[in-house]
Design a protein around this ligand. Structure first.
Ligand code: 5GP
Ligand code: MN
Length: 349
């Protein structure tokens, strides 16, 4: 069944290049970004199932570990984590003809995997929805209007004429990627096309209720208590329609913090009536940084804000960054920057 789309998808030239790259069986590595989220894992696994069923040998490689609430996804047990299996990762990269990079726009987003990727002789294909894609790939499918990279993998599969290969495993992974990156289909990047694709994924075997349960109803009591601490630390700056949350290393340690436990906390700050800009500051004493997640509503671009002040980036309404100052100093500096954005923050729609 062909779907009706409202906008052009992967262009003809990119499609042609990719088809030629995939004419004969290839050793392929599919890479996601550091601190992989549901979209990175879902798009990489979905694509790797497709490539394997087309007769290629595809391996998913992630820079570092990912949260437990994603560890039920079909194929997760075969993911290689560079930080844990460095030599094996390097050996696989050595044997690779083709590297797909998914859900990131620049090779500095893969942490310690950056050098091995830069040194690789393989050809690269990029599929991504972040702004300002770097030019390292022979085929770049970049579309910043897309809800998620997982949605783009669906379009990719259609473009190369392989929609009949959509299996339950592919559908479940792509559904999870789209669902997590759209906040369960509520962010403005969710289009009618997104919903049509989601319907197709459900028809192909993705179980919507089960996927939601697996991702959202598997909290530990410690994580919920940490959320309590975060909500207690919520600060509102009404003059700037801004809210922020802090979590210190001590608070994380007291709640046996595990990767992914703070996922989504920043959205509570953004849910305060009238707030258009929300930030969570999370102290990381191991890396000696404060990691920040920034979110906005309307026109205020957290991508620009994170790029300008916190060596970060992302999308207009969701971005990340970091600071090498102490937690207190990071927050004080953040507050001191806000007056420069007062107009944008108070007139943002
Ligand atoms: P999160 O706040 O959920 O970690 O990330 C939000 C968005 O910003 C995601 O699209 C993520 O890829 C991007 N992002 C997070 N941290 C960084 C960073 O340090 N640098 C850049 N360029 N993007 C980031
Ligand atoms: Mn994404």
């Amino acid at each position: 069944m062909r779907l009706l789309y409202l906008r052009p998808l992967m262009d003809k030239k990119t499609t042609q290049i990719v088809k030629e790259l995939l004419v004969k069986p290839q050793n392929i590595v599919v890479v996601g970004h550091k601190n992989p989220d549901g979209d990175a894992i879902g798009s990489c696994l979905g694509l790797s199932f497709l490539l394997n069923s087309l007769g290629h040998k595809a391996t998913v490689l992630m820079p570092n570990d990912f949260p437990d609430f994603l560890k039920w996804m079909p194929g997760v047990d075969d993911i290689i984590i560079y930080e844990k299996e460095t030599q094996k990762s390097l050996d696989i990269l050595e044997q690779t003809d083709l590297i797909f990079t998914l859900d990131f726009n620049s090779l500095d987003r893969v942490g310690d995997l950056q050098k091995p990727l830069e040194n690789s002789k393989a050809q690269f294909v990029m599929i991504d929805h972040h702004q300002q894609p770097a030019a390292y790939a022979v085929a770049t499918y970049s579309d910043v209007s897309m809800s998620s990279t997982a949605e783009m993998v669906f379009h990719f599969i259609e473009a190369i004429g392989k929609s009949e290969m959509l299996s339950k495993e592919i559908a479940t992974n792509l559904y999870t990627g789209i669902m997590t990156d759209t906040g369960s289909f509520r962010f403005p990047s969710t289009t009618p096309t997104t919903h049509r694709i989601v319907a197709r994924l459900i028809e192909a075997g993705a179980e919507s209720a089960t996927i939601h349960q697996n991702v959202f109803d598997t909290n530990s009591a410690e994580r919920l208590k940490l959320l309590g601490v975060a909500l207690n630390n919520l600060n509102i700056l009404p003059d700037y329609n801004t809210a922020y949350i802090t979590l210190s290393q001590k608070e994380l340690d007291e709640h046996n913090f595990k990767k992914g436990d703070t996922e989504g906390f920043v959205n509570y700050a953004l849910s305060v009536s009238g707030v258009v800009f929300a930030v969570i500051f999370i102290e990381n004493k191991h890396e000696n940084i404060v990691k920040m997640s920034l979110r906005s509503k309307g026109d205020f671009s957290v991508n620009h804000f994170a790029r300008n002040h916190y060596s970060g980036g992302g999308h207009n309404n969701a971005a990340g960054g970091k600071s090498s100052q102490s937690l207190n100093k990071t927050v004080t500096e953040f507050i001191s920057i806000l007056p420069r954005y007062k107009d944008e923050l108070t007139h943002a729609s």
